[in-house]
Design a protein around this ligand. Sequence first.
Ligand code: SF4
Length: 180
Amino acid sequence: MDPAGRKVRVATAWLSGCSGCHMSLLDMDERLLELASRIELMASPLTDWKEFPETDVTLVEGAVGNVEQLELIRLIRSRSRLLVSLGDCAITGNVPAMRNVYPVEDLLRESYEAQSAPVIGVPGRGSAVPRLIDRVLQVHQVVEVDYFLPGCPPDAGAIYELLAALCEGRQPALETRRFG
Ligand code: SF4
């Protein structure tokens, strides 16, 4: 609940990441039950949402690596009162950004066209797989971020502390700071 007695509307999103940050969320174990009485989960990779909802807090895992994610993170920002960059991929680019040393066309050629077996669905070549953007971007290179929660993955206790603090309308007891 927030200080006004409302459940805090929370969502999570998964961009270019391994889902390990979401696994760390689940590692909160019984603290999830305690949070469940205070938050309303509006959207997550585990829920079926058609349109990203308005939220009080959205936790974003992963860097921005393709045109679909670029559009999604802008939409998420416009609908989230607070946005948290969750984990090193979102904050630094981390593993997904390792591809930044290669031009996208070289990467696609080497990864798909140079294979002896047929490839069904090269990203951005008329397939349902979204086109890669030229460089993998940190979330805050695209939109304003309110809190950074580092780690690969972030510690479950740190995620709990952040969510609990935001539910209570207080500053989290972490080495986090408001952006700007
Ligand atoms: S920060 Fe680590 S755990 Fe999280 S998505 Fe990236 S690689 Fe996976």
